[in-house]
Design a binder for this molecule. Structure first.
Ligand code: SF4
Length: 95
């Protein structure tokens, strides 16, 4: 399994700071294709720390993602397969 960031994301970035695996990466600022933060499904260890930290409830365990956000599961995967993946971002890139 993995955890998934849905389109509710407002790029707060608190989840990035608490992830013990460094598996949460923002889309490049201003990118229309990658506007949110994304979780690497390979590196995520399902600790749940990001869920607690997200103030707006944008993150779910994969099996609990609401039906209306189901396509965000694949979008998180694709960010790391065909998208920017682990590009070198700075703290200010989170907004
Ligand atoms: S569940 Fe844990 S390992 Fe997975 S993205 Fe969230 S904080 Fe990182």
């Amino acid at each position: 399994m993995t955890h998934v960031i849905t389109r509710l994301c407002i790029r707060g970035g608190e989840c990035v700071d608490v992830c013990p695996e460094g598996s949460i990466v923002p889309g490049p600022p201003g990118s229309p294709e990658w506007p949110y933060l994304y979780i690497d499904p390979v590196r995520c260890i399902d600790c749940g720390a990001c869920i607690t930290e997200c103030q707006i409830g944008a993150i779910f365990p994969e099996l609990d993602v609401p039906a209306i956000y189901q396509e965000d599961i694949e979008q998180n995967r694709q960010f790391f397969s065909r998208g920017p993946g682990y590009w070198k971002f700075m703290r200010e890139d989170l907004k």
